[in-house]
Design a protein around this ligand. Sequence first.
Ligand code: SAM
Length: 266
Amino acid sequence: MTKKVNKDSFDKYSYYLKSVQSPDNDVIFLSQTYKELKGKKPKTLREDFCGTFKISCEWVKLDKDKEAVGVDIDPEPIEYGKQNYLSELNSEQQSRVKILEASVTEKNLPKADVVAAQNFSYYLFKKRNQLLEYFKNAYKGVNEGGIFVIDCFGGPRCQEENEEETEHDNFSYFWDQDSFDPVTNYAQFYIHFKRKGEKKRERVFSYDWRMWTIPELKEIMEDAGFKKVHVYWEGSDEDGDGDGEFTRVTQGEECESWVAYVVGEK
Ligand SMILES: C[S@@+](CC[C@H](N)C(=O)[O-])C[C@H]1O[C@@H](n2cnc3c(N)ncnc32)[C@H](O)[C@@H]1O
């Protein structure tokens, strides 16, 4: 059953979903990228740092034989996902989603055709050897012939203090880059929300991250054992904004801020 949310209560995960996530598009990208590289459809997904595991829930909707396992260390988003997203699936689909409350660095996590880490979650690993250990663990978790997919972002706009407001129907979402240190590439981000007629709710989510670059990510994936590493770059619409379509490239394009995927093949 979907947990009833009192209209006056503040449901931070629902505003997060509307503001920063697009799980239905994400699973299409994951499935199509595997098909493009491997010539067949993937069956299993491991969603690392799964949070409310909406991606896992969308994955099992794509095909009758698809299975997903989500891994997150925090019971709070997992419980939210169970109450609000898993409950929207039918019981047969639910039986194809498993959730583990565990660290992505734990040994012997389940293997999958596609292991994915979305929304830059691995940026919390600030040292190269920590990231390498995680990528090695992801490598172990990828089935022979499978892929590891991570997203990343950057551009000059992400190397300066700034706050961007995006207006939605009844609320605003704020992406706040509070600091950036060019010596370490460490950056502090916050998400704030403001519902119409209410005070701004500051720092609903906070992220203490290292901004990894694409060349670093490619090299660390190669060091972890991936035999080929590809970059998928987002196309742009007529206004020059990202159009949500990612294609395999060997060269990027200068822009103020960008989002890309790095994909390792085992
Ligand atoms: C930025 S959120 C991303 C959530 C989700 N992947 C998404 O796309 O929105 C990062 C998530 O990583 C989880 N996390 C942090 N450290 C972790 C670890 N070592 N192992 C597993 N999950 C971790 C947090 O609990 C949080 O849910």
